[in-house]
Design a protein around this ligand. Sequence first.
Ligand code: GTP
Ligand code: MG
Length: 367
Amino acid sequence: MGLFDYLKKKFSKNEDEKNIKPVEEQKVASMKSPVENVDKSLSSSSVEGKEKIKDNTQEAYARGMKKARKGFMYRLKSLTSIFRKVNEEYFDELEEILIEADVGTELTFRIIDEAKQDAKVYNIDSPEEINKLVVEKMFEGYAQSGKSVSPDLNFVNNGPTVLLMVGVNGGGKTTTIAKLANRYSKAGKKVLLVAADTFRAGATEQLGVWAKRIGVDILMGEDGCDPSSLCYDGVRKAVNEKFDLVIVDTAGRLQNKTNLMNELAKMRRVIGKIIPEAPHETFLVIDANTGQNGIDQAKVFKEATPLTGIVITKMDGTSKGGIILAIRDKLGVPVRFIGLGEGMNDLKEFDLDEYLYGLLLVEEDED
Ligand SMILES: Nc1nc2c(ncn2[C@@H]2O[C@H](COP(=O)(O)OP(=O)(O)OP(=O)(O)O)[C@@H](O)[C@H]2O)c(=O)[nH]1
Ligand SMILES: [Mg+2]
């Protein structure tokens, strides 16, 4: 079964089951995260509660990816109305659409080359068929370029789990920390935030406001104090006071790699003095709007510190949805969460099917 048929079947099956027509009200087939369950239903274990959560996830992807969908799928479709048969020029246009969607040049060239070969071997000259083929190749590549990891945080059995958040200025680290803290505190976890971005004036205060709003603890130092010693105090506090999760905010500056490497290495070292396996998770936050620049930043961070996951933010603000594919192709680090809006509940676990459905197919039911 091709990708389009698979997605249509998966999502329309739910629609039939629930007997609800508009895509906004469709339900997703299976609950993926017990945590998300608690998050949205606020301790409701009823079927109705669960359906609301599934609904919310699919709706969030559909809404959050609208711009990307318009930028990518609409363009693909419009090509089919211009060309009646596929030729060299058609492939050039396809190539441009993929590159402009931030799929990345190398991956794009590979996909187009393979599609050209298949077109020749199987004698395909219909633009619709070629579009399907190209999209399938894009996502086959995703599945092949890294092992699949559960997006949810891996909590350790004993003691606090430590999550280090890294990324360049303005990418969305602090907001994402707030969203994660909210998610896990609603799931019953005792959460501590460590405001280790002591470099940017006001960063500590920003996190402090979030902590208060969400109702979680926070450890703050003076602006300009040593972030590593704050990390040390934070993790020690978390162990002594039996916290489940420590999330460390870090400064977003990236003046040069050596500097970044030294600072992150020092933070890891002091955290490791208290819990040798920690930090258990290190997430790199990337703004979906940054395109190739974002990939280049990600490479620098990957060399500076071991990463266990990537969070793509501001997907709702970009007309280029392909950065996720390029990241997977270039870095092989799994995308764990995706930011689909500014609201506290707009950070979702990354789910390839939801993403694809949001990018490729929802428009069949709207407008
Ligand atoms: N639309 C949208 N906006 C987002 C999302 N995630 C973060 N933002 C916004 O991005 C802006 C910057 O976010 P911050 O969390 O302050 O970024 P940061 O990485 O902590 O920045 P520095 O502290 O300067 O390094 C804020 O206005 C957020 O509301 C998202 O998924 N969608
Ligand atoms: Mg910040």
